[in-house]
Design a protein around this ligand. Structure first.
Ligand SMILES: NC(=O)c1ccc[n+]([C@@H]2O[C@H](COP(=O)([O-])OP(=O)(O)OC[C@H]3O[C@@H](n4cnc5c(N)ncnc54)[C@H](OP(=O)(O)O)[C@@H]3O)[C@@H](O)[C@H]2O)c1
Length: 245
């Protein structure tokens, strides 16, 4: 009998790396509302404190996913984990011939190697029947000029998710969320006028006529955590980005 999903997260330990901002924070809020015990992790202790004040009852862990030794030590003392969500990343934009190699390496470290190492180190703590949810993005299959490297890294995250779903068969389910453009703190560094203009252009190009909100992605992450028949999937929550003209 399929359970109603409100009951599925009650008392479960949900760990969200990237939970101090954007879609990770929205997932933390929804998980807490559904009765989960939530741990949010990210680099900045200040961001974690501010996010915790917004989210409510939540544990915080200042951790940099790109620091393997720190991730190992943190994962070893986490206790049991039911669901691991990794929304943390940093992106580097630039034309193919101009993107500095160090920026490419940094993005690979933050968006692919960091999540890989974090999932590997948390795995011993993951309860049988648990889940891992990674984040990619529409550029993996709908690349755009100036973001070729980011698209390739997103594709790597999707391949990691699918491979791991097979490798962990019977042990844990593994899925990947591929968001389209979603209004989050990720765009806070842009001048507001330029950001709003970018949002408007993308919104107009999408079948839904608008960009996404973080809680719409959080809803999909909850589904990935709780739907026992879902594994090896890439969920395109993108307002129709992949089918736009
Ligand atoms: N927003 C979009 O339009 C969009 C579109 C497509 C794909 N995506 C993908 O969706 C995911 C979530 O995006 P978002 O917009 O919600 O991001 P966001 O608001 O920028 O949040 C990113 C989070 O990751 C943390 N973080 C970054 N680097 C980290 C590291 N090395 N170790 C640990 N934590 C780290 C950040 O906190 P600290 O600074 O404290 O570390 C923050 O909590 C990302 O993978 C992003 O690439 C986003």
């Amino acid at each position: 009998m399929t359970k109603i999903f409100e009951t599925d997260l009650q008392g479960k330990h949900v760990v969200i790396v990237g939970g101090s901002s954007g879609m990770g924070k929205a997932t933390a809020k929804l998980s807490v509302a559904l009765g989960a015990n939530v741990t949010i992790a990210s680099r900045s202790a200040d961001k974690l404190t501010a996010a915790a004040a917004e989210i409510g009852e939540v544990k915080t862990a200042p951790i940099d996913m790109t620091d393997e030794a720190a991730v190992k030590a943190w994962a070893a003392q986490l206790g049991t984990v039911d669901h691991l969500v990794i929304s943390a990343s940093s992106a580097a934009h630039g034309a193919f011939a101009e993107l500095p190699t160090d920026d490419l390496r940094g993005m690979l470290a933050a968006k692919f190697i960091g999540p890989y190492v974090t999932a590997r180190e948390v795995l011993p703590a993951l309860e049988k029947g648990g889940s891992i949810t990674f984040f990619s993005g529409v550029l993996s299959r709908r690349p755009s000029a100036g973001a070729t490297g980011l698209g390739a890294v997103n594709a790597a995250v999707e391949a990691l998710s699918k491979g791991l779903a097979q490798e962990l068969a019977g042990r844990a389910r593994v899925n990947c969320i591929s968001p389209g453009m979603v209004a989050t703190e990720a765009y806070d560094a842009m001048p507001p006028d330029a950001r709003d203009a970018m949002y408007a252009v993308v919104a107009e190009s999408l079948p839904v006529g608008r960009i996404g909100q973080a809680d719409e992605i959080a809803q999909a992450v909850i589904m990935a955590m709780t739907n026992g028949f879902l594994t090896g999937a890439v969920l395109d929550i993108d307002g129709g980005h992949l089918v736009r003209g």
